[in-house]
Design a protein around this ligand. Structure first.
Ligand SMILES: Cc1cc2nc3c(=O)[nH]c(=O)nc-3n(C[C@H](O)[C@H](O)[C@H](O)COP(=O)(O)OP(=O)(O)OC[C@H]3O[C@@H](n4cnc5c(N)ncnc54)[C@H](O)[C@@H]3O)c2cc1C
Length: 428
């Protein structure tokens, strides 16, 4: 059986479901396919192991799509402060207070109510599936994987694993880092695997929900605390992220909960509240990956299918939402002008807007990664001077915070210059 749409979106993760909602609200006929089952929410459920720090920019976008109130009605944790510091030993470690190399971003200094929210991925996806399904012109196909893709002059066709065929003027690959659509469309990637991996640990701690998220940089990688909602009995949930070598993380993952708890208490800074339980853990390989093209004929890529970045500043899905928002407006304009939705000049506008912005963020993350994973004294000095300068200059600090919050589109010049000197800048 063949069904016809204007746009077929493969992958109803956070980015694909957001794009489907946005296009559906503009009257496009959208087929939205995901191999997974519909996400479900139960207030008694422990948190999803995958959580994301959503910027104020993403919050605005999700509000425009009508999904934000649903997210808040389920659960989301507001943070008003973000602290970053260097935890590397240096000759003056014992003399200087650690706070000297600490920068705190505070919403009050930016005239903002908060810096962002930590939200479980399952909750964002659930709210977006509801908003997508509420659009009469969006049809969801869940529990089906796409197995093939073909292009003709006037449309593209994807075939699902039950033989159903869906045609569209445009097929969007929103199917994540290992995108099958990208492969089927013959789009290659440049990829760099980082030496570090990330282990995420879902924990409960004693005390009320904190309004701060923090990250300490150690020579073996950052260690971060992301607050989540209240757990009852005077406890709260949180997500810890521990970046380290694959070997060290394999050792930690093999420990039982009480041994892992002891390792965390030993390795994390004193800011860590008193942990009471470890509830889940998972590790994620991290790689910087960029599709060589975002567009090929009637296929276009968004989100992790187009780019993955080091998650150390939690920007991956925020960039994906910016892709979705940009593609939505390009397609609306194409329709208004009576163009084919796969018009090359129109899709080129999307790539021209999003590729440089995504590349800048990837490279900014690499600046942080290289600067903080390096033990050599000049770099140590440089990063402390950098943190010291950010501390001393509220203007510079506020620019960094506004960029990370999605309020400013421009990367602060000093980070942009450092990024452009990194090996591989030209190939990305
Ligand atoms: C440790 C870690 C921490 C992170 N923290 C943050 C953070 O704080 N903030 C942030 O912004 N980002 C963060 N990220 C990144 C963020 O998780 C990703 O950028 C985001 O999940 C990408 O969303 P997506 O919708 O593009 O892809 P995905 O979430 O990968 O969704 C892809 C969807 O496609 C479906 N699919 C795949 N193949 C097929 C197929 N053949 N047919 C049909 N369906 C298919 C899948 O079922 C899935 O639903 C983090 C990442 C990691 C690893």
């Amino acid at each position: 059986m063949t069904q016809a749409f204007d746009v077929v979106i493969v992958g109803a993760g956070m980015v694909g479901a957001a794009l489907a909602t946005g296009l559906g609200r503009s009257g496009f006929r959208v087929g939205l396919v995901d191999q997974g089952a519909a996400p479900s929410y139960d207030a008694a459920q422990p948190p999803d192991i995958r959580v994301s720090a959503l910027s104020a920019g993403s919050e605005r976008y999700l509000a425009e799509l009508g999904a934000w109130p649903d997210i808040l009605a389920m659960r989301a944790t507001r943070y008003t402060r973000l602290a970053v510091w260097d935890e590397t030993d240096h000759p003056l470690s014992n003399v200087l207070p650690r706070k000297i190399a600490e920068v705190v971003f505070d919403a009050r200094n930016l005239s903002a109510r908060h810096l962002g929210h930590i939200v479980e991925n399952r909750i964002t996806q659930q709210a977006l599936w509801s908003s997508a399904s509420a659009q009469p012109s969006v049809t969801l196909f869940c529990g089906h994987a796409v197995t093939s893709l073909s292009n003709s002059d006037n449309y593209a066709t994807v075939t699902l694993d039950d033989g159903t065929e869906l045609t569209g003027e445009l097929v969007v690959g929103a199917d994540g880092a290992n995108s099958g659509v990208r492969n089927l469309a013959g789009i290659g990637v440049t990829r760099d695997q980082y030496q570090q991996q990330a282990m995420v640990v879902s924990v409960r701690y004693q005390g009320p929900v904190q309004d701060i998220t923090w990250q300490g940089f150690y020579p073996s990688g950052p260690r971060a605390f992301l607050p989540l909602h209240a757990a009852g009995n005077g406890e709260s949930w949180a997500s810890l992220v521990w970046y380290d070598s694959p070997e060290e993380l394999a050792r930690l993952k093999s420990l039982d909960n009480s041994a892992l708890m002891a390792e965390i208490q030993n390795a994390f800074p004193p800011e860590l509240p008193l942990l009471t339980h470890i509830d889940a853990r998972a590790s994620f390989p991290i790689a910087r990956q960029h599709a060589k093209n975002y567009v090929n004929n009637r296929v276009v890529l968004v989100g992790d299918a187009a780019h993955t970045i080091n998650p150390l500043a939690g920007q991956g899905v925020n960039l994906g939402f910016q892709d979705a928002r940009c593609l939505q407006s390009v397609l609306r304009e194409a329709r208004r002008a009576g163009c084919d939705l796969a018009n090359p000049a129109r899709l080129d506008q999307y790539e021209q807007q999003r590729r440089p912005a995504n590349r800048r963020m990837m490279l900014a993350m690499d600046v942080f990664y290289h600067l903080f994973s390096n033990r050599t004294p000049p770099l140590h000095l440089l990063r402390n001077l950098g943190l010291g300068a950010a501390k001393a200059m509220p203007f510079a600090r506020n620019r960094v915070a506004k960029y990370a919050m999605g309020i400013d589109d421009d990367l602060p010049p000093v980070i942009r210059q450092l990024a452009e000197r990194l090996p591989g800048f030209k190939q990305l």
